[in-house]
Design a protein around this ligand. Structure first.
Ligand code: NAD
Length: 256
């Protein structure tokens, strides 16, 4: 039961972040949703979660590509017992043609943002005497694919950051772990399908089965609810000694 705890989930107005926010709220946590936009729909999502789950839910705008805004997000949240670093973007191109500004943006959003939020959240967790840092990495935090240099580098980086966070918090009732999803059908993945169709000259179904899920032995996408459930487990007492490690939710991808 997570009632009384506050969870801040970065990049949570869609996809995996929203799925994790919903499951944490169902488990009783108050939640802070985030993205870089400030639309009516963003605040409506928070209101809906509050209504359905009977918790406090807020939406706070902050751009995770900017270090000062990452830090301000945690400060504005006021409390942060559970920090889920989830915001992430993708770009696919070979290294010699990889746009420099995309490299910088991916490293900032997918990796450096977690450094900034964690830096502000840890003192709050230590004061509260309990904390959970959950970094949403990827199967690409453990293995590589061509044309995803920035993403793979950032995701391997966040697995490393997770281990350091765990060591610095050992014995303080604060754990840090990374969840490594395989393919989950979300807007981020959806956006890659047209590119992949073009690259491989295949129709949608074929590219999904033969290319995107080629490395996922189950040939099934993971769901955002399953990732939310994994986050709830990491917040449970059963996971109190699980720290500095990765949990793959990838249909067997990294077993191959
Ligand atoms: P998504 O596009 O649905 O969600 C990404 C979220 O990040 C959105 O809420 C978006 O608004 C937010 N975001 C993007 N740029 C931001 C910025 N500058 N500041 C604040 N928020 C920003 O994609 P998703 O699939 O739900 O991805 C979530 C995380 O899961 C990412 O870190 C991604 O790398 C990781 N992941 C996804 C998959 C997958 O198959 N979908 C697999 C492995 C890992």
């Amino acid at each position: 039961d997570l009632s009384g705890k506050t969870a801040v989930i970065t990049g949570s107005n869609s996809g995996i972040g929203l799925g994790i926010a919903r499951e944490l709220a169902k488990a009783g946590a108050n939640v802070v949703l985030n993205s870089f936009t400030d639309r009516k729909e963003d605040h409506a999502l928070a209101a809906e979660i509050a209504r359905v789950c009977g918790v406090t839910a807020r939406y706070i705008k902050a751009d995770m590509s900017k270090g000062d805004e990452c830090r301000a997000l945690i400060e504005e949240a006021g409390a942060c017992d559970i920090l889920v670093n989830n915001a992430g973007i993708q770009h696919v191109a070979c290294i010699d043609e990889f746009p420099v500004e995309k490299w910088d943006a991916i490293l900032a959003i997918n990796l450096s943002s977690a450094f900034h939020t964690t830096a502000v959240a840890l003192p709050l967790m230590r004061k509260a005497g309990w904390g959970r840092v959950i970094n949403v990495a990827s199967a690409h935090g453990l293995t590589a694919s061509p044309y995803k240099s920035a993403y793979v580098a950032a995701k391997h980086g966040i697995v490393g950051l997770t281990k350091v966070t765990a060591l610095e918090c050992a014995g303080q009732s604060i754990t840090a772990n990374a969840i490594c999803p395989g393919y989950v059908l979300t807007p981020l993945v959806e956006a890659q399908i047209p590119d992949q169709m073009k690259t491989h000259n295949m129709d949608r179904d074929t590219v999904v089965r033969e290319v995107m899920l080629a490395r996922q032995p189950s040939r099934e996408f993971a769901t955002v609810e399953q990732l939310g459930g994994t986050a709830v487990f990491l917040c449970s007492e059963a996971a109190a000694q699980v720290t500095g490690t990765t949990i793959s939710v990838d249909g067997g991808w990294t077993a191959m």
